[in-house]
Design a protein around this ligand. Structure first.
Ligand code: GZL
Ligand code: ZN
Length: 335
């Protein structure tokens, strides 16, 4: 527990029952005093880490959560407090406030959208609790409000999809529809930006419609149904994540069309279901977005709590797969 260490002297004189009672109330105390600077978090070496997760909206998020729970463990010197915000910013802010009230040693979260974080990050700063961003970035005026941002380069991911579409499908006029991620989220904004930059020079490519499917399979399917009703000339779907691409496949097949033939799908993430659809030829190209951020987060949390200087930005490595590469990679995929 984060707050037990400065009670150690008092505790030794107390009986076991009082010990338990006091320790229980200790965990409810306020934030760290002015940068306790203790080596491993709460003095007893255990680092209490509060993680405010976005939600459980996609296969990617499930793998990301698993990686955090597999790494931020007692064996690795942590006490993990974990919350799921069901993709609502107010729930994430509430979770961060509760971690501040509990006086955790470090807070980490994946901001569901880029804006609206200044106030709660100021509160964490005033409580001397460092914050690590994982997966998604925030748009804050003062970047001292977080210690480091660990995650993929989403503009690069969008660019790689756009380049592949331009080289492999854009050799003749094609109409593209775009399934965007969560409105206002860094991946949705940046993947769109990277994709549009990459296809800008190819006049064969026209984006005829673009709408958010909120990164879920269900919403991806619904939006694709709408696209199919509105347009009879769709050649390519660019889905900001595999889950929306898989939803689009369901809608395309329900409309009696063949995905990978009548309409090609390209997406980002590289989760198992997406890679299987790619191996089966229903998806044509996937740029990976590595969700296994647990190990980098564990290293960063230890450094930050120990007061070491850290890199402001850790860029996660992403691979890209066409159908052959997916067939080869599938057997060893960790997610
Ligand atoms: C990207 C991550 C996105 C994934 C989606 O790093 O934030 O959120 O691409 C997930 O699958 O829902
Ligand atoms: Zn690689």
């Amino acid at each position: 527990m984060a707050r037990t260490h400065h009670r150690r002297t008092v505790l030794t004189a107390l009986s076991a029952t009082a010990l338990l009672a006091l320790a229980a109330c200790a965990s409810g105390s306020s934030g760290n005093p002015g940068g306790s600077g203790s080596s491993g978090g709460g003095g007893d070496g255990v680092i209490t880490l509060g993680f405010a997760q976005v939600g459980a909206e996609s296969g990617w998020r499930t793998a990301n959560t698993q990686s955090i729970k597999d790494t931020i463990t007692k064996e690795n010197g942590f006490d993990l407090k974990f919350s799921d915000a069901q993709q609502k910013q107010e729930n994430q802010i509430q979770a961060i406030r509760s971690y501040i009230a509990q006086g955790v040693d470090v807070i980490a979260f994946s901001p569901v959208v880029e804006s609206g974080w200044d106030a709660v990050l100021q509160e964490a700063k005033q409580a001397h609790i460092p914050v690590i961003l994982t997966d998604r970035a925030v748009d804050v005026t003062d970047d001292s409000l977080y210690a480091s941002f660990i995650g993929s380069d989403f503009v690069e991911e969008g660019k790689r999809v756009g380049e592949w579409v331009s080289e492999n499908l854009g050799t003749k006029p094609i109409n593209v529809v775009q399934l965007e991620g969560t409105t206002g989220s860094a991946p949705a904004i940046d993947r769109k930006k990277g994709f549009e930059e990459a296809i800008a020079g190819n006049s064969n490519i026209k984006v005829i419609d673009s709408q958010t499917g909120n990164f879920t399979r269900a919403e991806g399917k619904t939006v694709m149904e709408g696209f199919l009703q509105a347009h009879d000339n769709i050649d390519v779907v660019f889905a900001h994540n595999d889950d929306m691409g898989l939803g689009a496949i369901e809608a395309i097949e329900a409309a009696g069309l063949t995905p990978g033939k009548d309409i090609k799908i390209v997406s980002i993430d590289g989760v198992k279901d997406g890679m299987q659809a790619l191996a089966d030829g229903k998806i044509s190209y996937i740029v990976e977005c590595n969700p296994l951020l647990g190990p980098d987060l564990a290293d960063m949390a230890k450094k930050v709590v120990a007061g070491e200087a850290v890199d402001k930005r850790i860029v996660t490595h992403d691979d890209a797969f066409d159908q052959e590469a997916a067939k080869a990679a599938l057997p060893d995929r960790k997610y």
